[in-house]
Design a protein around this ligand. Structure first.
Ligand SMILES: Nc1ncnc2c1ncn2[C@@H]1O[C@H](COP(=O)(O)OP(=O)(O)OP(=O)(O)O)[C@@H](O)[C@H]1O
Length: 259
């Protein structure tokens, strides 16, 4: 299930505007990779190129390659909708489907994929996904209640359960804890640690401690100024980025001197 991601010379555009310039990066399966950097350096933009979500914005496009276990996501004939199914995404704000129960929310992605499940297969998948998202014990007695009735942190774990129910090859998370309180944040961070046993996880975070806590490798992006493209400055083991970075700008950023 868990796959490697290899980005080669990727340039990311909004129309004519080059937002992220010439990124190359290898991400190992069963690992957590954090993207950090100041606002506007292109972390979220770059993350969305890893499952072809970037192109949903009119005029947005890329040049370069993103290989998942060697297959180019941008190859001729590759269907972006299929790519988005295989590479799941969790967003900043928990977004459970408002009219659906907890159970239906977990199964929503699987149903969108037109997969038919028997009642018992559905029940099994709901339990497995909610356990995988560390939410089962909190909701097992109210699966038919609305997903919106959960706390923010529980809603975010419900969204993670929905994402992992389709058994994605890679799981992308765009600041998944930014709308959560500290306790819920820790619950999601614990979960990220467990998710890497089965998935390749990539997370954008503004929280340096979070990057240090959850990730194996960290990529630091930076931007020279407004209107300039974001660039990947340094990408290494997380301990190296935080304790012994090679580039001065990385050191300044992780030590809080700018950004
Ligand atoms: N829909 C869009 N259309 C045009 N330009 C965009 C769009 N979204 C983002 N950009 C531009 O792309 C650049 C990168 O933005 P992006 O949101 O990826 O940065 P970021 O590092 O994730 O920032 P933040 O940490 O503030 O979320 C910025 O110059 C931004 O203005």
């Amino acid at each position: 299930m868990s796959k490697s991601v290899s980005v080669k010379d990727l340039n990311v555009f909004y129309g004519d505007f080059l937002a992220v310039e010439d990124v190359s990066m290898d991400i190992a399966p069963r690992s957590v990779t954090a993207f950090i950097g100041p606002s506007g350096c292109g972390k979220s933009t770059f993350l969305r190129t890893l499952n072809r979500m970037h192109e949903v914005i009119p005029g947005a496009h890329v040049k370069g390659q993103v290989l998942v276990d060697g297959d180019d996501l941008y190859g001729v004939g590759v269907d972006p909708v299929t790519v988005r199914r295989q590479i799941g995404m969790v967003f900043q704000r928990p977004n459970p489907f408002p009219t659906m129960s907890i159970r239906e929310n977990v199964l929503a992605g699987v149903r969108l994929n037109n997969k038919r499940l028997s009642k018992s297969e559905g029940a099994e998948l709901v339990e497995k996904s909610l356990k995988g998202a560390n939410l089962w014990n909190e909701v097992k007695d109210r699966l038919e209640k609305p997903g919106m009735g959960l706390s923010g942190g529980q809603q975010q774990r419900l969204c993670i359960a929905r994402a992992i129910a389709v058994e994605p090859e890679v799981l992308l998370m765009d600041e998944p804890c930014s709308a959560l309180d500290p306790i819920s944040t820790l619950a999601v961070e614990d979960l990220i640690n467990e998710l890497k046993e089965d998935f390749t996880v990539v997370i954008v975070t503004h929280n340096m401690q979070q990057a240090a806590r959850v990730s194996d490798r960290t990529a630091f992006f930076n931007i020279a100024g407004t209107g300039k493209p974001g660039k990947l400055i340094e990408y290494a083991e997380t301990t190296t980025i935080f304790n012994n970075p090679t580039v001065k700008a990385t050191e300044d950023y992780v030590s809080g001197r700018f950004g």
